[in-house]
Design a protein around this ligand. Sequence first.
Ligand code: SF4
Length: 610
Amino acid sequence: MNLTKSTILRINLTDKTHTEESIDPAAFKKYLGGRGMASKILYDEVDPTIDPLSPGNKLIFANGLLSGTSAPTGGRYMVVTKSPLTGTIACSNSGGFFGAVLRRAGYLMAIVEGKSEKPVYLSIYDNNIEFHDASHLWGLTTDKATDMIQDEFGEKRARVACIGPAGENLSPLACVINDKSRAAGRSGVGAVMGAKNLKAIVVKGSNVVKLDDQDIFNETIKAKTALINKHPVTGEALPALGTKVLDNIINQGGLYPTRNFQFCTFDATDEVSGEALISKGYFRSNKACFACPIGCGRYTELPNGRSGEGPEYESSWAFGADCGVSDLIAISEANFLCNEYGLDTISAGTTIAAAMELYEKGYIQKEELGNGPELRFGSSEAIVFYTKQMALREGIGDKLADGSYRLAARYGHPELSMSVKKQELPAYDPRVVQGHGLNYATSNRGGCHVRGYMISPEVLGVPEKLDPQELAGKPDWVIIFQNLTAAIDSIGMCLFTSFALGLEDYTDLVNAATGFGLQPEEVLKVGDRIWNLERLFNLKAGITPDMDTLPDRFFKEPIPDGPHKGAVSQMRKLLPEYYAKRGWQNDGTIPDSKLNDLGMRHDSAVTQKH
Ligand code: SF4
């Protein structure tokens, strides 16, 4: 198989039709696949000013270049659309098996257009595409809907990506859940699916993705897998403790956001850490996505018999330290509810944290909570109760369902939302990690840690240790991390491989699979191209450069505790240099000369219709 001869499936939900199209093979060299290729298609085909929940928005399920191959972690897919949470372009990445099986069915991506009049689900079995009534599935949680669809499809091993009640209720915090527990989590992509009345996509594929020169590819895979297996992070820490290896590290580093980012250390970290998950007896086994040698996933079982995947570090932090909660059972339950109801754990947990601060400061009144528990920091009852209320839009949950920014703005205090471009920040305080703060501020999808994970050098010392408070050189680091991440997403590999692999390794894999003969700088340039393309979409959507900032708390309130007591964010000092190094104007816009440099002026990704 020649990977660059890939097919796109285009689905029209309005009139229940589908077509197949080819991608221009030359476009692969420019965008690789996944995030890059899908962003290009969205940019070309969707008006950036469109209402994200209107039928004109498109929802693209996109595999990376190597998704579905045996490349280590080559099972990543992305959901690309315009976000109802941020108004920016959204690319939400997930693992599991759904993407790889979509590739085995013969499709690099599926572009979903229009809107069905009634709830439907879509089945893809190789090139046999069918639309099915989903009225009986509407309202079901993702686990139940998945079971029923697999039964109806007659294939227990078919892979399902679906939404839960949160997506149906158009919460901009809604995610797409595949394989019952893997989430295309951020930016509200599940609400776009809900707005289209699309409950699920079920896929089965019978074609193994075998390359024209599989022997050379196999040798390269073997060498890169060996690097992954021997690296202390990917070969030891992640398999042993999952992402929750971070709880103690981040807390000891004094950047573990606590009580809606009011503090930076949490005195009960020992109760909620990855180590605690094991010592309390809740951890059952590792879980791995398709073709993954790392297996960072946690399968857990609580004393009450509830079981499932997670919680991951970010999820556990959002419901834990950020809400001041030290009860690992309640945290795990809130995480399970998010998987079942289809909510992004980071945004859901941190929205409850913002609500707790609003309540404790007297802006939310007790009467508004009905029979619900008080929204007080430390309440394990509250995190479970309001997660469910949020997904169902019941009681005050109707307001929480719109995310922390809209919630806090409603009460006249938007400054209490710890978000960038209305998307909630993850589990690292930007007053400590100055490069990571710049990354948050400039992220093309709002508050996010996986657009350029500067925690790696600024805290973990990979590939080298940087002083987190130092400013010199940070814009260069952020740009390289952002560009490299965009390229890795487009290749279709898990970002965690970047602890062990460098730019040359990814280039080797791309070249072995395609014969492109790319130089490492060219792969990095692909990432630069994608970053600029996303920025262009956002600028046209009305996301202005003055939104490249952080919540006021990080500039005005020095850290009150921990080893970085007294620190504030210096992000504003770094931004002009960041713009200049990106080749942008002083005002944050992109000059034509930059687009010319990147060869972006007159290209198009999709060429022929079959
Ligand atoms: S490292 Fe973890 S998230 Fe990444 S592919 Fe492997 S199991 Fe999935």
